[in-house]
Design a protein around this ligand. Structure first.
Ligand code: HEM
Length: 142
């Protein structure tokens, strides 16, 4: 599977907006995640205090490199390793995806068009598939 040029263009259009609001989006995302999906809370029990910044940075880096995923391979390996250490499972991905996209809508308002949202959902699912695949391999090696 690969992302269409339309999706890539649409996600890239939002980079300045998402970049400027990355921390707000991340903070709102955790608010939604923990209230709507409280079962994810224990996974973050040992989270470091700079986790918000890490996720905000990952979102921005991902958007910036969406058409050059090779540049992200080191980051993917690090994320997958951390996720496996904290027992992140495939069932959690739709929960985080829903929370992230809702948070983007809440923070960015009308500046995030329906097309942007659709593109971000596709992009999130695309990266999620890459992460889940690598995480499954790492779980099997455990
Ligand atoms: C495409 C989706 C996702 C992205 C881009 C992402 C990104 C990241 C990044 C960049 C880190 C920090 C890694 C490090 O520096 O060691 C991280 C850690 C983490 N992520 Fe994700 N993640 C995603 C999905 C998920 C999901 C579905 C969950 C499950 C609720 C989750 C839970 C966690 C946890 C618990 C940590 C460790 C927090 C800590 O101890 O500091 N992530 N993630």
């Amino acid at each position: 599977m690969s992302l269409s040029q339309t999706t890539i263009t649409s996600v890239k259009e939002t980079i300045p907006l998402v970049g400027e609001n990355a921390e707000k989006i991340t903070t709102r995302m955790y608010e939604i995640l923990f209230s709507k999906y409280p079962e994810t809370k224990p996974l973050f029990e040992n989270a470091q205090s700079d986790q918000h910044k890490k996720l905000a940075g990952a979102i921005a880096a991902f958007a910036g490199n969406i058409d050059n995923l090779g540049a992200l391979s080191g980051a993917v390996e690090k994320m997958a390793t951390t996720h496996v250490a904290t027992n992140v499972l495939p069932i959690h991905y739709p929960m985080v995806g829903d929370s992230l996209i809702t948070a983007m809508g809440d923070v960015l308002g009308d500046d995030l068009t329906e097309d942007h949202k659709k593109a971000w959902i596709e992009a999130y699912n695309f990266l999620g598939d890459i992460l889940m695949k690598r995480e499954q391999e790492l779980y099997e090696q455990k």
